[in-house]
Design a protein around this ligand. Sequence first.
Ligand code: GLC
Ligand code: CA
Length: 540
Amino acid sequence: MHEWWRNAVVYQIYPRSFQDSNGDGIGDIPGIVSRLDYLAELGIDAIWLSPVYKSPGIDNGYDIADYQAIDPQFGTMADMDELIAEAGKRNIRIIMDLVVNHTSDQHEWFKQSRRSRSNPYRDYYIWRDGKNGVAPNSMQSTFSGSAWQEDSRTGQYYLHLFSAGQPDLNWANPKVRQAIYRMMNFWLDKGIGGFRMDVIDLIGKDPDHEIRENGPHLHDYLQEMNAATFGRGDFMTVGETWGATPSIAQKYSDPSRHELSMVFQFEAMQLDQEPGKEKWDTRPLQFDQLKAVLNKWQTQLDYRAGWNSLFWNNHDLPRIVSRWGDDGRCRVASAQMFAILLHLMRGTPYIYQGEEIGMTNCPVKSIAEVDDIESVNMYNERLAAGEAPAALIAAINKVGRDNARTPMQWADVPAAGFTSGQPWLHVNQNYHKINVAAAMAAPDSVYATYKQLIKLRHDEPIITNGDYEPIDSVPEAVMAYYRTYQKTRWLVVANLANAEATINLPDEIEKVLITNYSAVPATLINATLAPYQAFAVAVR
Ligand code: GLC
Ligand code: CA
């Protein structure tokens, strides 16, 4: 198996917050072009570009009004072509965000659709009659409240699994599917590297039976899409699949089924959520659960019949170093520990902008400072239900999406070098210390670790192809595993806690591959690990 994405490292860009080029405070495509040399130096192979299409922006671009136009805030189609070309010169492919579970309510299809029950576009969306003056059923929106919106023009309700400004497309309609495939081919013909597929597990939904994820026709649609579009070339496709299990992941990504290259699933990232409650209702992370889930995915998704993504962060998640590490005194060591632990596993790693310099969460004091629609809707809903504002702000500071969306911190200059104007969202004030310029100048920075890990993956086939074997005989706060390929055996050890731990392993160290402390223990017999210490060594 030789597909390029198997040993690739992907870097996610959230365009609004990456680099502004014209002083309007909003990151844009020319800004990204100006930073390509930085990304080439880091060593990444592909950019997952969050949406830059024409959009009213109520969900920051995940509400698309025109799939084949660039939003003027981000630039022009000529800028986009230049980005693809300039990235290509640096061997970086552009992975476009494909948001086709829903459109914006400003999309021409929806404007037509809502006009009358007999409009030719009516069936592009999901319309139902209400039941005695209320919504057709009890389906809920991910962004709070009912998933059904009554539309006065025709008296029917339309389905929106996200906000009312994001009506769900009707994938059961073959015309919808063909229109989407044409649009996908437009982008593939431009020379992009593939697609990241937003909430793709929802497209097979069965609203009348309240089935959201993994609906009955999901995999038929993906096979049809593959045959009609990217199946013709060496493209990378990654499906956002919140609730996948290893066996569901295999359905998406077994090469013989001709669906997607890989899944992007969140089982580990939901471990600090109270079971049966919402993402806002958190509990402390249990190390044994994190280890069990990571090990499960490494051992149960057979690499010959499936492929997984490796990530700690994206634009929907809080920053890992604040979430499960230490964003204070041990920020650097804990950020490096998470990187080493994850990047030596099998799968395709994703780095979310700023992760490579250990950017942290950015707490706010009041709801007025919050931009994210999900956070704002939750706040209003729970406030109305009688919850205390302070507790809601605390929840937003812990897991709200704006934590990941504050501007990229380039240097210790005004607005962190993100813009010469007024940034659309506040800059984290720790930019004086945490910034790209400082990280690139320090040999032991988080940046240096990421750069080294990317190079290791490109140089050492054991990371992509080696067997994986979890090690059980370590303390609860330590995660350790072996990778084995031909005659080579690597041991990876990570102390997840802000406390010393002792390990006792029989292996003899042959060579140090990477470490976040200046030295690794001389022997692994009764070896003491420092807080957040992590390393990989070749062993005999
Ligand atoms: C995905 C995106 C998220 C967006 C949602 C609706 O989960 O990652 O940012 O709000 O889909 O498109
Ligand atoms: Ca701009």
